[in-house]
Each structure stands twice: as structure tokens, then as C-alpha cells.
Design a protein around this ligand. Structure first.
Ligand code: PLP
Length: 462
């Protein structure tokens, strides 16, 4: 299995190389050269399997020679052992033909654990073999950072540095980053906003001398390894509702287009998915792109679903690549327009393709709060604000085909918004109830590239 760049100018890589590299050298994102397919009989054979067994069957064809069958099974087992639910991704019913896929039973209570826990195991195994060390640096508005720290804490060949905007993440999110005691974990509170953190990260990756010196690696949502791990729960949930004999639809609260792109891969692999619905909050760049055919950056407005507050949807480039019939040069030209002019216009053929593959909708803040309140009384389910955006948008697409809405975080991660909407302050699950009592360890840093680089050089282990 080989991987190619969406911009067509970078070398082909193996799975291991694509995972370790993240961004391609031509600025593009890696995608599989050919997407493997599963037969209807193979999909039907997943009925009743454990989550881990389905994970193995879905991902094995993408891994190539990177791990043996036995190694890969062990990595999957280790990745999901720490989840707080035997089903890993349980499905609950909200109403007639509407189901909620709970993706928040991992160690940091958000769906990012599904990918991050596995990529942590896979990177560690690859590094142990090569004897190399890496320094993971990530920028976060909340959930990515805690998921990365939880996945890499205590691993012997990795240091993990997470930049987050000082004072702008929720208390639960901050504590999840600052309370792990392992020496290879470094939480850095930057005097700036999320865009400053992301800009600093990008500058570090563009500083090739620094990149080589510290063995810089990224685990943000463009990493192919993360997308791949997210394909699995589309299969596990669809099969439990009768796929491949019966079609299902999905609604996905999305920002960076990572999670919904995994659904597209599941469909390409042969899973009969009727509709893939993009759900956005008021930062609706993706919904507007589908409606108008123009992708145009606007300012980010802070919302009660902060993990979807984005201005640049990085994984959308992967969808564009397929929309343009895998023409890397055209994708590169559109991305150049986006950075130079803040906008690009999708061609008629490509927008027709996108509209055939994806539907979309947006939920306002008021609708999100009202949905949390309504579901509390209708189904008893307490939704986090991101999941509520999904449920609200999904309600516009209900039909006799079962709809599965992805619940991306546990309500206890966003207790203020949930309490405002429903009157209930959701408690943390018992296994992390002492989060508020654990000592915090964090370094406050200026928004200054040179200072950050010095700190990383000094702190990382050798
Ligand atoms: C990251 C995140 C999202 C958005 O996921 P993308 O893959 O970036 O589209 C939605 N909800 C929650 C809770 C998240 O943490």
C-alpha cells in the first residue's frame, strides 16, 4: 500500500512514512494510492465482532508491510484497552430511525481518543524498531492536546509538547493537559490565541534545521493515521444496524473535515452509506462552500462548541482531490488561491461531485442549546454542544433510512453550556472524578517562536 500527496509533487510513501511525516513536502496531504474495498460478505461477517476485531479487518489493508498481522492486533488491543465502555463506540437510540454513536468513552472523553490512542501505539512501535526518538509538538484549542498527551504520556521514544492559548480552554480541557505527571509531557500555556499557537507550530515545521535537530513530528488531524482510525466506527455502527443489507446515513459535527472524510473513505471501501451530512456551528465555512461553490475565509466567532470553531478546514483538501478526479495540480492551484486571496471557487464539475457525496447544514447557538434541552426530555440523553449541533442538523435529514449522528464529546467536558441549556451540570465519569484535585504542571510562555524553540530544545529528553 502506497500513499500519494493531494498536490501530486511529493514522493510516494509507505504507511509508516506517511504516518511519521504528516504533511507532504509539497504542502499536500497523503491519501492512499488506491482505496481497498471490502465485499458485502466481508462486511456482513463483522456482525457481532468486537470493536477491536472490526478495527483490524477495516484497517489491515491500509497498513501494508508496516506491521505484521499479530503486531497490528496487539497495537489495536493496547489502544482501546483504556476505554470506559466494553463496546468502545456504543450506539443509543434517540428516536425513530435516529441513533447516537457515543464516541466519548476514551481517556479524554472525546472522539479524538479513537485515533490518537492508536497512533500513539503505532508510532511507539515503529520508533522502538528504528531506535529513533521524536518530539511531538501540537497546537490545540482543547481536545487535540489532551488526546495527544494521553496517548503519548510515558512512551519512551517520544516527548510531547502541547501549545494551548492561556486562559482560553475549558478547565476540564486544561486539567487533562496539565495533570499527567510523566516527565515526557510538557503543557505550554501560550500568551496568545489559538491562531498564534498554530502559527508558531507551522513556523517550527518550516524551520527545517530545527525540525531535523529535534525530530519534529505532528499528530494533527491531517495525519493519515488519524483519519484511518476513524473509518472503523462507521463500519461498526452501520453493521450493528443491519449493513450491508440495509443502508444507513451519518451526520457528523465537523470543523477540520477529518471525521467526515473518514466516512467518505468507509463509503469508498464499500459500506452502503446513503447520506453523509456535514454539521457545522455558526462557523459554517463548510456549509457555505457546499451552498455557494466558493470557499472563503472569514473571522472565527467563538461558540459554545469550540472544537468546531475553525476558519481553515484542512482535511477538505482531501475531498477536493477526489472532486477534481485526483488532479493534484488543480488542488495545488486552489490552495494557492486560498492562501493568497483567502478564497477559491470550486469548478462546476467538482461542486456537483461534492454535493452528490455530502449534504450539509448548520446550527445556531440558540438551536444548539434548545436541542440539548429537547433531547434531555425526549430521550434522556445529555448531549455536549458539538453533538447537539449534529443532532439538530440530522433532524432535517431524517427518513426511513436509519440516521447515525456522531456524538463527539462527553457532556462533562463542556459543563457550563450543558448546564445553561438543560439545568443539569453533568458529572465526570467516576474513573476521572478526581481530575479537579490532581496537581497541575504547566509552563507559561510568551508568544515568541525563538523562546518556544529554546524551551523545546532544553526540555526534551535525549
Ligand atoms: C475535534 C472535534 C470536532 C471536529 O472534528 P474534525 O475532525 O476536526 O472535523 C468535533 N467535536 C469535538 C468534540 C472535537 O473535539
Amino acid at each position: 500500500m502506497r500513499y500519494i500527496s493531494t498536490r501530486g509533487q511529493a514522493p510516494e510513501l509507505s504507511f509508516e512514512e506517511a504516518m511519521m511525516t504528516g504533511l507532504a513536502r509539497d504542502g499536500g496531504l497523503y491519501v492512499p494510492k488506491d482505496i481497498p474495498t471490502l465485499t458485502a460478505a466481508e462486511i456482513a461477517g463483522m456482525a457481532g465482532d468486537s470493536y477491536e476485531e472490526i478495527a483490524y479487518k477495516v484497517m489491515r489493508p491500509f497498513i501494508g508491510e508496516t506491521f505484521t498481522d499479530a503486531e497490528f492486533r496487539q497495537l489495536i488491543a493496547a489502544a482501546y484497552a483504556g476505554f470506559g465502555h466494553a463496546a468502545r463506540a456504543p450506539l443509543v437510540q434517540l428516536g425513530p430511525n435516529h441513533f447516537l454513536l457515543e464516541l466519548f468513552h476514551g481517556p479524554t472523553l472525546a472522539f479524538k481518543d479513537f485515533a490518537m490512542q492508536l497512533i500513539g501505539q503505532m508510532m511507539q512501535a515503529a520508533l522502538a524498531r528504528s531506535g529513533k526518538r521524536i518530539t511531538i509538538v501540537g497546537a490545540t484549542s482543547g481536545d487535540t492536546g489532551s488526546a495527544a498527551i494521553e496517548a503519548f504520556r510515558g512512551l519512551s521514544n517520544v516527548d510531547v509538547f502541547i501549545l494551548f492559548p492561556h486562559g482560553r480552554v475549558s478547565e476540564v480541557q486544561r486539567r487533562q493537559m496539565t495533570t499527567p505527571a510523566e516527565a515526557n509531557v510538557h503543557a505550554l500555556a501560550v500568551d496568545g490565541d489559538f491562531d498564534d499557537c498554530q502559527a508558531a507550530l507551522k513556523d517550527m515545521f518550516n524551520d527545517f534545521a530545527f525540525r531535523d535537530e529535534v525530530g519534529l513530528a505532528g499528530v494533527n488531524s491531517i495525519n493519515w493515521g488519524r483519519v484511518l482510525a476513524q473509518v472503523v466506527y462507521y463500519f461498526s455502527s452501520a453493521v450493528s444496524l443491519g449493513a450491508p443489507h440495509r443502508k444507513v446515513s451519518f451526520t457528523v459535527p465537523t470543523g477540520n473535515f477529518g471525521d467526515i472524510f473518514a466516512g467518505f473513505i468507509a463509503r469508498q471501501m464499500g459500506l452502503p452509506i446513503e447520506r453523509l451530512v456535514i454539521a457545522t456551528n455558526l462557523n459554517d465555512i463548510l456549509h457555505r462552500t457546499l451552498e455557494t461553490g466558493i470557499q472563503k475565509k472569514e473571522g472565527v466567532t467563538p461558540s459554545i462548541s469550540p472544537s468546531m470553531d475553525i476558519q481553515v478546514s484542512s482535511n477538505f483538501e482531501r475531498a477536493l482531490f477526489y472532486a477534481y478526479g485526483r488532479d493534484g495540480a488543480t488542488v495545488a492551484a486552489q490552495m494557492a488561491d486560498l492562501s493568497a486571496k483567502g478564497a477559491f471557487t470550486v469548478s462546476q464539475g467538482a461542486i456537483d461531485w461534492l454535493r452528490a457525496e455530502f449534504a450539509s447544514g448548520r446550527a445556531s447557538e440558540e438551536e444548539t442549546l434548545a436541542t440539548i434541552a429537547a433531547q434531555r426530555s425526549a430521550s434522556g440523553e445529555i448531549l455536549c454542544p458539538h453533538s447537539a449541533v449534529g443532532v439538530k442538523v440530522a433532524e432535517g435529514f431524517l427518513s426511513d433510512v436509519p440516521m447515525i449522528t456522531l456524538a463527539t464529546a462527553h457532556p462533562a467536558k463542556f459543563p457550563d453550556a450543558v448546564e445553561r441549556a438543560s439545568g443539569i451540570r453533568p458529572p465526570l465519569p467516576p474513573r476521572m472524578a478526581d481530575l479537579y484535585d490532581r496537581p497541575e504542571r504547566v509552563t507559561r510562555v510568551a508568544n515568541d517562536l525563538a523562546a518556544l524553540q529554546t524551551l523545546i530544545r532544553e526540555r526534551r529528553s535525549r
